[in-house]
Design a protein around this ligand. Structure first.
Ligand code: SAH
Ligand code: SF4
Ligand code: F3S
Length: 459
């Protein structure tokens, strides 16, 4: 389901803007909030900005075109984006020709768009996630006649292929494979702001991966709000297998998976990929209480979740499993919460991303009383982090004495160590003479810390 006419329309506007700004040395800045999907979208936004003739802001602050790519998942994320946006009012006063756009998930919320119109009059346009390809048109309208546009609902949810893209990292790449979500977990805004699930054609994804690998990319992360419900001519297990068969030295990651779509076939695909599919699975549990899971509309209970964890560990013995937990969901009792702690003790996740429940207008749970007090939420969060703070380092210990294939990502000049990630997505730090950033090296793990592994390079 792709829409090439939408892209050719985009190209027309790109050409129009690039004619207008040719030789004027105009700069752009893209600020990104939220998940990897937004990071990936921002690479396309940068692609459009550069195709229009803008160059990156030299100081990362001043710009003639500012695009804020927002996240709506929790209230805190929204507040942060609006506060940073507010800081740019003075830039607009200094540079009245500056164009400011607010895009992404917040731009799909009608009341947020109304608030932006009302209180952020220096904003030229908004565009929700399915309308990002319209950015050149919106910039063009703002430039030519100062027209303001506020798009809170898209003309269509069709996938637009072949957008220009500026990737910030030369050896790690995001590849979106599906968009949207059909699950309607009762607390979650994503299905409302990202629309229903739609998957890219497998041929387009495989071609993109082949090109990235030929260009030297060493790690590809497949993205989707519900990545393992991908379905086109093949299913997700088929897709990762096809990508893993591409010639070259690289690894594949993917996120985020829903427990209900974690099939035996997908688990088999990981275990038979010869290490090409990373031994890491992010599997959000959300709560250890079946009653809470039911009200969350997660469609599994703890036993079913645990049986998936067991299957993953049986098929891929060293696999790292990480999860998301929501603390203080409406009606969460002390007993419910202690079941979550029990689930953490039982599952022994490598890492837990915990979030305090945030009421999202328009979702089902927003109609229920947010009845767990702030103090109790904070106390539960502290207890959860304390417990996981004991489990994570224990989980890291299993790698001591093992040699891991590490993708070298940066050099920490202060400590004089290189930093990379193992296939299990553990940060690995090691001192050595000189290695190339963006290459794989074998590292013998000597010790484990809370959040990383320390080792030495094996030659
Ligand atoms: N599609 C992914 C999650 C996307 S959002 C999945 O199903 O797991 C990432 C995480 O944010 C979720 O897993 C959940 O733990 C958290 N989250 C989502 N909505 C939230 C809310 N209203 N309040 C607090 N945390 C929330
Ligand atoms: Fe939100 Fe649930 Fe969809 Fe994840 S699966 S994006 S938590 S509705
Ligand atoms: Fe946020 Fe949208 Fe991602 S709400 S978490 S940026 S899909």
């Amino acid at each position: 389901m792709s829409n090439n006419s939408a892209f050719s329309e985009t190209n027309t506007y790109i050409n129009a803007v690039s004619t207008l700004i040719r030789g004027r040395g105009l700069h752009y800045l893209v600020l990104t909030f939220g998940c990897q999907q937004n990071e990936s979208d921002s690479e396309k936004i940068r692609g459009m900005c550069e195709a229009m003739g803008y160059t990156p802001s030299p100081d990362g602050e001043r710009a003639d075109l500012l695009i804020v790519n927002t996240c709506a998942i929790r209230e805190h994320a929204e507040m942060k984006a609006l506060s940073i946006l507010g800081n740019f009012k003075s830039h607009k006063i200094e540079n009245p020709d500056m164009i400011i756009g607010v895009v992404g998930c917040m731009a799909a919320e009608k009341d947020v768009v109304a608030r932006i119109k009302r209180s952020f009059s220096f904003v030229s346009f908004t565009a929700e996630p399915a309308s990002l390809h319209k950015i050149p048109e919106l910039v063009s309208n703002a430039m030519i006649n100062g027209e303001k546009s506020f798009l809170a609902t898209p003309d269509s949810y069709d996938i637009v292929e072949d957008m220009p893209v500026v990737r910030l990292n030369k050896f790690r790449a995001w590849v979106s494979v599906m968009y949207g979500c059909n699950n309607f977990c009762s607390y979650c805004i994503v299905p409302y702001v990202r629309g229903r699930e739609r998957s890219r054609d497998s041929s387009a994804i495989i071609k993109e991966c082949q090109e990235l690998i030929s260009a030297g990319v060493k790690e590809i992360t497949l993205l989707g709000q519900n990545v393992n419900s991908y379905r086109s001519d093949i299913n997700f297990a088929g897709l990762v297998t096809r990508i893993s068969e591409i010639e070259g030295d690289f690894i594949i990651r993917f996120m985020t998976s829903h427990p209900k779509d974690t099939s035996d076939e997908l688990i088999r695909a990981i275990s038979t990929s010869g290490g090409k599919i990373a031994p890491h699975f992010h599997l959000p549990l959300q709560s250890g209480s079946d009653a809470v899971l039911k009200r969350m509309n997660r469609t599994y209970d703890l036993e079913r979740f645990m049986s998936t964890v067991d299957k993953l560990r049986l098929a891929v013995p060293d696999i790292a499993i990480t999860t998301d937990i929501i603390v203080g969901f409406p009606g969460e009792s002390e007993e419910d919460f202690s079941k979550t702690l029990g689930a953490l003790r039982r599952a022994r996740f490598d890492m837990v991303y915990a979030f305090i429940y945030s009421e999202r207008k328009g979702t089902r749970s927003a109609t229920w009383e947010d009845d767990v007090s702030k103090e109790i939420k904070t106390d539960r969060m502290t207890r959860l982090l304390k417990l996981q703070g004991e489990i994570s380092p224990e989980r890291n210990e299993r790698f001591v004495g093992q040699t891991l294939k590490v993708l070298v990502e940066s050099f920490d000049g202060q400590e004089g160590v290189y930093i990379g990630h193992s296939p299990h997505n553990k940060q690995v730090r090691f001192a050595c003479e000189r290695v190339e950033i963006g290459s794989f090296v074998n590292v013998l793990i000597k010790s484990a810390k809370n959040t990383c592994l320390i080792g030495t390079v094996q030659v």
